[in-house]
Design a protein around this ligand. Structure first.
Ligand SMILES: *Cc1c(COP(=O)(O)O)cnc(C)c1O
Length: 367
């Protein structure tokens, strides 16, 4: 590939993030009056009304620079009974991942994770130009013993999402502990718990706040169950020395004032959290029932989406296109390296019900 001498090879080799198609775009393309977006694991109930009100109020002080996440860090420290020095806030958990990569990775270091890991992490890690190594899934779950074996003298960061996106699977505390015994202290583990709230009531799901280790950073987000994906607000917990160094690198004025206000308000809006989780349970039941009825292979999920697995890449792509033409946007996973897989986010029960006739219509006309 011919590139400008200004661009390092590892940047030239990247592809810009492809956002899921917007509802407006699909409505226009297919001449549809209603489009259902089940592509980006967003909260189908919208944002918390209290967050919307908080953003409105925060708008009055847009002329003033932000406090760098200070207010949210205090709220979270109180809520989780940790020190403020153990908490960081950022413009989404991806911004925190970006800071982790800039803070801790040196040129010879390696990053280790699963195959087809969360796209956001892949892009950020690869943009640093360091070696990026992966271990295949074991029945769509992290192969933690395989990851432990793959650690080398150069491994610096291990990324684990629990529950995982896009597979929806999770690992237990026992599995994590067995893995952790093999991880040297010089390795930083990122535990991305973007879907924590959906899994937390499963007795086998480990809340990493209950097993703090000095080389583990826990990441959480307001983008999913709190319905604030567009606000860009996330947070993390770690040893105070790790946080202190992240704060040296972080953009001083992230997160934005409205984003932080939205996050703080969302934490207080327990009723909205409860409603969102209930809606997800109903939508998840409907979705898995439909997939079973239609004999479509899927991976049982602990999050707000389900990964379906198709006999061929062609069938997966045809399903995505066929649903699009009927006004339903789902997420093909070819770009993540899983061409036979399609991820479907859990919408409202009513949105999910619309999937059944749409999928059945495609099912009736095999390729
Ligand atoms: C959605 C998601 C996030 C959220 O990222 P934000 O930057 O907070 O919006 C993080 N990790 C995973 C695995 C996700 O699926």
């Amino acid at each position: 590939m011919e590139t400008m001498p200004l661009v390092p090879d590892y940047i030239a080799a990247l592809h810009p993030y492809q956002p899921g198609r917007s509802a407006e775009e699909v409505a226009r393309q297919y001449g549809l009056s209603r489009v259902i977006k089940l592509a980006s694991n967003e909260n189908p109930l919208g944002p918390s009304p209290q967050s919307v009100e908080a953003v409105r109020q925060a708008a009055a002080s847009l002329n003033i620079y932000c406090d760098g996440g200070h207010s949210l860090r205090h709220v979270l420290a109180r809520e989780y009974d940790v020190k403020v020095e153990n908490v960081i806030a950022g413009s989404g958990s991806e911004a925190i991942i970006s800071n982790i990569i800039r803070t801790f990775l040196c040129d010879e270091d390696e990053v280790l994770t699963t195959e087809a890991a969360f796209g956001g992490f892949q892009v950020l890690a690869r943009s640093r130009g360091v070696r990026y190594r992966t271990v295949p899934y074991d029945q769509w779950r992290y192969d933690l013993p395989g990851l432990a074996q793959a650690i080398t003298d150069n491994t610096k960061i291990i990324y684990l999402a629990n529950p995982n996106n896009p597979t929806g699977t999770f690992f237990s505390k026992q599995e994590f502990d067995a893995f952790y015994r093999h991880v040297p202290e010089r390795v930083l583990i990122i535990l991305d718990e973007a879907y924590f709230e959906y899994a937390k009531d499963n007795p086998r799901y480990p809340d990493s706040m209950n097993y703090r280790y000095d080389n583990v950073i826990t990441l959480r987000t307001f983008s999913k169950v709190y319905g604030l994906a567009g606000a860009r607000i996330g947070y993390g917990f770690a040893h105070e020395e790790l946080i202190a160094n992240l704060l040296k690198v972080k953009l001083p004025f992230e997160p934005s004032t409205p984003a932080q206000a939205a996050g703080i308000a969302a934490l207080e809006d327990r009723a909205f959290l409860h409603r969102s989780l209930e809606s997800n349970v109903r939508g998840m039941c409907a979705l898995t029932r439909i997939l079973k009825n239609l004999d479509i292979e899927y991976v049982p999920s602990q999050a707000n989406f389900v990964m379906t697995v198709w006999p061929s890449a062609e069938q997966a792509a045809a399903t995505v296109e066929g649903l699009l033409s009927q006004g339903i946007i789902v997420r093909p996973l070819a770009a993540w390296g899983l061409p036979r897989c399609v991820r479907i986010s859990v919408g409202t029960e009513e949105e999910i019900e619309a999937l059944e006739p749409a999928l059945a219509a495609l099912h009736a006309t095999p390729l």
